[in-house]
Design a protein around this ligand. Structure first.
Ligand SMILES: Cc1cc2nc3c(=O)[nH]c(=O)nc-3n(C[C@H](O)[C@H](O)[C@H](O)COP(=O)(O)OP(=O)(O)OC[C@H]3O[C@@H](n4cnc5c(N)ncnc54)[C@H](O)[C@@H]3O)c2cc1C
Length: 446
């Protein structure tokens, strides 16, 4: 390994930032990574539980998460990957339905036979479409396109609640392309035979990946700072000069920002900052998530979607139905996420209020549920949890090589029309590193 003298700052210690730092230090680049939290991992970070860790948010892996598999191979972690056939549920107007197996749709009472047949055929067709088929529909709203595909009753019974619970006030502007990509991706996580849903998890959770990346970065000569934010990215003459950290200016040849773009827009100072004005147009919604450790199982499903106007949860995710060993003593883990704009008063409710309200939802859905089942609970929040991909979004996507020389950007919105995933963030980190290396080559840094 040779230090070329080219110095790179990576801002953000989530999966994208860690991947980029790993890749750059592997190529002999001098890297300092800055993470504002005490712990690494970003949206995929964890907290200590029993003898291991529990993720703040659930993370499942799909059969087509190829960037993830490649990284696990490189880090010697492939044997930590586990797969399981999972069940999906639908809670519709006070009743539970199984909704994971293709034949389940036949027993979904709210739909007529013609709707069931059309639903099955359209899903099969979308799954078979080529990867670029979204381009033709990206200017349509998800609502318009879904009604065209499945009919109004199917839309209103399952898709309208899903979109509204995930995107709140932005739901009406969501691009059809985002919805298309979601159906397409999950379709790829089904077995060929019988089309059963097969999902994966990493033993030890995503922390296993985060720890291994951090260990490699340090071993390859990189430096990791945690527990303090980068305060500013400093420009001069349209070029990056460095970062301000802990009140000091530190010069860098290149800066890679892997933080949500709404943060980034306000952090860049100096001549040339106006070139990044477009970043202000990218919206993102926040999340509040209650995690429950239960003494007994709540449902047989890994994931339950909700169509009931009394319940504001984006789903009930019983993670222990994917990873039965998530708690050392066999306890059950439930994640209850609610997506909310971070300026809404509900985003700022006290933890105890959230706990009481969400427990009320669980009682509504299962009247014999009792608070005595709860052994422990936690509430987590993130201000920017999901970018909003509005119609015609491809015109708004920020380039990884920004208009400011020496500044590189990764953010989940660049995955459009695909959704944010750990696998996709690994891909973003790798591509950003490749751009920085190419730029270094041009500057004669090699
Ligand atoms: C509720 C929820 C469920 C999810 N479920 C799944 C799933 O099942 N499967 C899946 O694959 N993916 C899932 N994801 C998505 C996955 O977690 C993300 O796509 C991925 O972790 C994003 O990584 P990132 O590095 O791109 O961004 P982030 O994780 O957002 O990383 C950005 C980092 O920058 C740091 N930062 C911000 N400002 C500063 C600053 N000024 N200075 C220094 N550091 C700063 C932040 O603290 C953060 O650590 C889920 C996400 C959420 C919210």
């Amino acid at each position: 390994m040779s230090d070329s003298g080219h110095r790179v700052a990576v801002i953000g210690g989530g999966v994208a930032g860690l991947t980029a730092a790993y890749e750059l230090t592997r190529q002999g680049v001098s890297v300092a990574l800055y993470e504002k939290e005490q712990t690494l991992g970003g949206l995929a970070s964890s907290f200590p539980l029993d003898d291991g860790y529990l993720e703040r948010y659930y993370h499942f892996i799909c059969l087509n998460d190829h960037e993830y598999f490649q990284m696990l191979e490189e880090l010697g972690l492939k044997e930590r990957l586990r797969w399981r056939l999972t069940k999906m549920g639908q809670y519709y107007q006070g009743a539970w339905y199984s909704f994971g197996y293709p034949w389940d749709v036949l027993f979904f009472r709210p739909w007529g036979w013609a709707e069931k047949l059309r639903f099955g055929l359209r899903i099969m067709d979308i799954k078979r479409q080529p990867a670029g088929a979204w381009r033709a529909i990206e200017h349509r709203t998800a609502e318009e396109w879904l009604i065209d595909q499945f009919g109004r009753r199917v839309y209103e019974s399952i898709y309208a609640p899903l979109i509204s619970l995930k995107f709140g006030p932005y739901a009406g502007r969501l691009s059809a392309a985002w919805m298309w990509a979601r159906i397409h991706r999950l379709g790829k996580s089904r077995t060929r035979l019988l089309q059963l849903e097969k999902l994966g998890y990493l033993q030890g959770g995503t922390q296993t990946l985060v720890d291994a990346l951090a260990e490699r970065i340090r071993r390859q000569g990189g430096v990791i700072h945690t527990g303090r934010p980068v305060e500013a990215i400093l420009l001069d003459g349209g070029r990056v000069q460095g970062v301000r950290f802990a009140g000091e200016t530190i010069p860098y040849d290149a800066v890679l920002a892997t933080i949500p773009t709404p943060y980034l827009a306000g952090m860049v100072h100096g001549a040339g900052q106006e070139r990044l004005a477009g970043l202000n147009n990218i919206d993102s919604i926040g999340v509040t998530c209650l995690v429950l450790r239960l003494k007994q199982r709540y449902s047989p499903y890994f994931w339950t979607n909700i169509s009931d106007s009394r319940i504001a949860l984006a789903g009930v995710i019983e993670f222990s139905n994917l990873n039965a060993g998530v708690c050392a003593n066999g306890d059950h883990i439930l994640y209850l996420p609610q997506y909310l704009p971070s300026d809404s008063p509900r985003y700022h409710l006290a933890d105890e209020e959230i706990y009481q309200e969400y427990l009320g939802y669980l009682r509504l859905m299962r009247p014999d549920f009792d608070a005595s089942w709860v052994r422990a609970w936690w509430v987590f929040r993130d201000q920017y949890a999901q970018p909003i991909c509005t119609t015609g979004f491809s015109q708004q996507v920020a380039g990884m090589v920004s208009p400011v020389q020496g500044l590189f950007i990764t953010d989940s919105h660049q995955l459009y029309p695909d959704d944010r995933t750990v696998s996709n963030s690994i891909g973003l980190g790798r591509r950003a590193a490749a751009h920085i290396l190419a730029e270094r080559g041009k500057d004669g840094g090699d």
